[in-house]
Design a protein around this ligand. Sequence first.
Ligand code: BTN
Length: 296
Amino acid sequence: MPDERLAGLRPGRDTTGQATRPVAPSPVWRPFCSPERLAEVPSTNLALAERAKEGAPEGTVLLAESQSAGRGRLGRRWLDPPGGSILCSLLFRPRLPLEEWFLAPMAVSLAARAACEQVAGAETACKWPNDLVSLPDGLKLAGVLAETVGETPGSAPRALVVGIGLNCNWPADFPPAGLEGDELATRATSLDRLTGRPVDKSALEAALLSEVARRWHPLAEAGLAPGKAALLSEFRAACATLGQQVRVELPTGAVEGEALAIEEDGRLRVATEVGEATFGVGDVVHLRPKGAPPGR
Ligand code: BTN
């Protein structure tokens, strides 16, 4: 006598014995590997922060073709030509002490560097804290903005949104003329201008996400120490800031000196005229990039 409770579970047959369509296996959640694509949003970081508040899991990714109110670091705007940049936000729920969360944007910056090398053959370097710059001229190719989500007075944040804007294929008329555009044109570039050919943006997006997953997986699964050591050592080797004369621009003024080290907590240690100082935030200007004219 067949057990009717199991009838519906037999592959390929319904309860009447009729053939059915094969049942799709339940999807396996692979963090950072199933991005949601949007046409235009004000900001992918803001949109993902909303999803985070609704309980979206670690590894949720939003990609947009364009942003009407892209957010940059230190309250700046992030400009993009529609369709010409990767505009991507990734959700992290680090099971790490808050002081180690800097590892997430560091992983994204390193992943972008690896993706640019693999897909476009572009030689790039990281610039502290998390920019990606072209070599040898030090023009900005990508910026990273990390924003915590869910803190209330007296309680720690619950999640971290890391957004990256990666300049891929810029039309000839971008950046637009005007104060902001002119300034951008002097200090930024795109991968197609750097390499002299259009970039396959879909391939670059896929490489970026799988490189993020590869770097974050050990930190999410194997605990802090080995994953952190690997990430910091990759970042120190990739970081064009180390050994440079730099100006660190802070809300309170600027400090100049030689960039000596990236500390274990991600801060930048600089030898200034009045002694060594470490910085956790700030904008860095490389005063003498290796092999390039000064001033970036
Ligand atoms: C910087 O100032 O260098 C950081 C720029 C970060 C821009 C990206 S674009 C995708 C994501 N959404 C935003 O609004 N900002 C980040």
